[in-house]
Design a protein around this ligand. Structure first.
Ligand SMILES: [Zn+2]
Length: 365
């Protein structure tokens, strides 16, 4: 038996809700965390058709990229489309979970799926977030140093880019005196004690601090563990919007446009003026990415692949980059496979399907 809580907990472990944009409403939309899940249907957008498809399959969870409750609902009368979807989901007892801008903001998320589709190498976050990391410092007796170090690594501390198990330790002397009722691991209660200790330090993503502190105190021999958590100003190379990467084999702009069409099954690409350059570096942002155009230019990208660009925004290419708008749906279509792959990897025996009724709401004539 798998509960909704296990599935949402897993997805939020990969892309914490704290990473979502302020305007967003990612997370559980409809459903009770404790309910048993019979199967998952994966979509970009929830619709009434999608809910009926889930019902036909006997599935009671829909995982979507775009939240169905976005600006908030004041009533559920069935007057608007989101109201009708929520009403039907409750009637059919189908839960809805959405992973939106939190999945746009992690490496391994929406933009990784897009960049992988283009075969980009040396992928880097285009606009890394800052202040999502904390420094953890703990003082440990030397004999228990390695057990504490391993416990905090296993709980998710110490990852820097593609390196894990990163820490630093320095030996020194700790002092303490146990008060009434104490039972010190070393020395005697009421007697001033000096102990050879290490100062162990590492970094922890903000959303994992509680888990790491629990693992650390469980592995630490002292009754009272001395530790500090510091806020950091560092940018986080693993988190943030957009990606930039290199093509293994540079292409002419027109060849790249054909390649894009082929990889994203689209008949139309709106693009800014071609510059006659070779395309080597490619910046991407799934969905509406105009807010990252300046970052893409500053990072030296030859092209910027995204969706939902407006007329005036094409002028902002300013002869420095070629903007290629492949469409919102097209740029995010592989997000469905991303959710599918993540869920199947974690719950291999579980029923997960991609929706067959969902379609791009925009048609081209
Ligand atoms: Zn989108």
């Amino acid at each position: 038996m798998i509960t909704l809580r296990e599935i949402t907990g897993y997805l939020e472990g990969l892309a914490p809700l704290s990473l979502q944009e302020s305007y967003d409403n990612s997370g559980l939309q409809v459903g009770e965390p404790g309910q048993e899940v019979s199967g998952v249907l994966v979509v970009l957008d929830v619709s009434e058709e999608v809910l009926l498809e889930a019902e036909r399959l006997g599935f009671n969870l829909v995982v979507s990229h775009h939240p169905v409750i976005f600006g908030g609902l004041k009533s559920i009368t069935g007057r608007s489309t989101p109201e009708r979807i929520v009403k039907l989901a409750i009637q059919k007892e189908i839960a809805i979970y959405s992973g939106h801008t939190n999945f746009d903001s992690v490496s391994g998320g929406v933009n990784t799926a897009l960049a992988n589709r283009l075969g980009l190498v040396d992928q880097k976050i285009l606009d890394p977030v800052s202040s999502s990391l904390k420094k953890l410092v703990v003082f440990v007796p030397l004999a228990q140093l390695e057990q504490v170090r391993q416990a905090i690594f296993e709980a998710g501390a110490g990852e820097i880019g593609i390196y894990d198990s990163c820490s630093f330790s320095l030996e020194g002397t700790g002092t303490f005196r146990g008060g009434e009722g104490s039972n010190p691991f070393a020395g005697k209660a009421g007697v001033f004690h000096q102990e050879a200790e290490a100062r162990l330090e590492t970094i922890v993503p903000a959303n994992l601090v509680n888990r790491v502190v629990r693992a650390m105190t469980a592995a630490h021999p002292y009754e009272e563990v001395a530790y500090d958590i510091y806020p950091l100003e560092n940018t986080d190379p693993q988190r943030g919007m957009g990606l930039i990467g290199k093509l293994e084999h540079p292409m002419d702009e027109e060849v790249f446009l054909s390649f894009l069409k082929d990889r994203f099954h689209t008949g139309v690409i709106r693009h800014s003026v071609l510059l006659g350059n070779e395309v080597k570096q490619v910046a991407v942002c799934g969905g509406a990415g105009s807010f990252l155009l300046a970052k893409a230019k500053a990072a030296g990208a030859d092209v910027f692949v995204t969706g939902d660009m407006k007329y005036h925004q094409f002028f902002e290419a300013e002869g420095k980059i070629v903007v290629m708008d492949i469409g919102h749906f097209e740029s995010e279509q592989f997000t469905r496979e991303l959710f599918y792959d993540l869920l199947i990897k974690k719950f291999p025996k579980f029923a997960v399907r991609l929706s067959e009724t969902e379609q791009n709401p925009i048609k081209y004539f």
